[in-house]
Write a new protein. Structure first.
Length: 377
């Protein structure tokens, strides 16, 4: 098996890494923390200029028609830098609209590809304890929509969004034009500093084509999990790197603390956690790009991402001691991100429960010859 990236993939990863590292240095991040800005606008403009915002959008709509692997590499670089730009939601929303053709969605996809319009999406209702709080009922003109969407990322700044809606007790994706007067947006801020808004919707009517086919939910969920896990991988890698540097320099009892066995064992556990996440994520991205089913792989990846985020984030804070809670020191930002990403993924318990349900309904253990693509061999 060849696990090497292609030349084009390496070039994309290097470009993204250089772009984010150059922009999101620690001095800039300290200024950003108090800026009150919802998005790193100059960096987002550079993402649009370089085409990073449209990697997953089909070429016929103005994008690059690249796969999940390429997007994963870019998001990993974004996670390392903690760059506040809406890369994955914007292009995955557009890619979903392009694939499932929601009425007049072609215009939204084209505007997303040029950067003229900003798209968002919300999949949290699948794992939220409250479930999906937005309901759609058929009416003469299409669908009558009422309810609430909690914490839509960049909900005030986006022009359109894909959100989950309950239709006859089944989750569906609905395209919302956020300029509709029936939508009230209440601003909020997520755990890791990303701007958001609660949507309160009353008496909204949308045309029938705005409701995507039922299969769109599973299609987008796989890619959303891969995107969030890629960000978590980048965040976790950089947390480990910075922590290793710190414990190699910080001295206590006339020794660097990295020489203490307890610290070494904790860091080794963190390394195992991040490599387990990397392996699962690469497998998930490969299966998505190859058009293979990946429901259990997505759940396993989500669980590993939540576990790695918790373990690595808290270990990094612990071994940094008091300086870890000093807001002038950068390590706390990585904890915010790791927690925010874990929440977006649904948390360890919810994903493990869903994975258990899947195993109960599928007589497979994940071995090579259990997989659907090998059944005919």
């Amino acid at each position: 098996m060849d696990f090497e990236l292609s030349e084009d993939q390496r070039a994309i990863a290097q470009m993204a890494d250089g772009l984010f590292v150059d922009h999101c240095h620690d001095d800039y991040m300290r200024q950003w923390d108090t800026s009150g800005e919802p998005i790193m606008a100059p960096l987002w403009a550079l993402c649009i200029e370089t085409g990073l915002h449209a990697l997953a959008i089909p070429e016929e709509h103005g994008g690059s028609s690249l796969g999940m692997t390429e997007l994963m590499l870019v998001l990993q670089a974004q996670g390392k830098a903690l760059a506040q730009v809406p890369l994955w939601r914007h292009q995955l929303a557009a890619a979903t609209l392009a694939r499932f053709d929601a009425g007049d969605s072609a215009g939204w996809v084209a505007r997303a590809a040029t950067g003229e319009a900003l798209l968002s999406l919300s999949m949290e209702g699948l794992s939220s304890a409250l479930g999906i709080e937005l309901q759609a009922c058929p009416c003469a003109d299409g669908w009558s929509v009422n309810g609430r969407v909690a914490a839509l990322a960049l909900g005030e700044q986006s022009q359109a969004a894909l959100v989950l809606v309950d239709v006859d007790a089944q989750p569906r994706l609905l395209l919302l034009d956020l300029s509709a007067p029936e939508i009230k947006r209440v601003p909020a801020v997520m755990t890791h500093g990303e701007a958001a808004a609660d949507l309160h919707i009353q008496g909204l009517t949308v045309n029938a084509a705005a409701l995507l086919p039922a299969e769109a939910v599973a299609w987008l969920e796989l890619r959303s999990v891969a995107a969030l896990a890629a960000l978590q991988l980048g965040v976790s890698e950089e947390q480990i790197r910075r922590t290793v540097v710190y414990v190699s320099e910080r001295r206590q009892f006339e020794r660097v603390i990295g020489s203490f066995q307890a610290v070494q064992m904790s860091m080794a556990d963190n390394h195992i956690a991040v490599e387990a996440l990397r392996t699962a994520l690469w497998q998930l991205a490969y299966r998505i790009d190859a058009g293979l089913p990946a429901p259990s792989e997505a759940l396993a990846t989500a669980w590993l991402a939540c576990e790695a985020g918790h373990r690595i984030g808290h270990t990094a804070q612990h071994v940094h001691g008091g300086i870890g809670v000093d807001l002038t020191y950068p390590i706390h930002r990585f904890l915010y991100w790791s927690r925010g990403l874990s929440l977006a993924l649904g948390g360890s318990a919810a994903n493990l429960e869903r994975l258990g349900d899947w195993l109960n309904d599928n007589d497979k253990l994940g071995w090579k010859y259990d997989l659907e693509e090998h059944q005919a061999l």
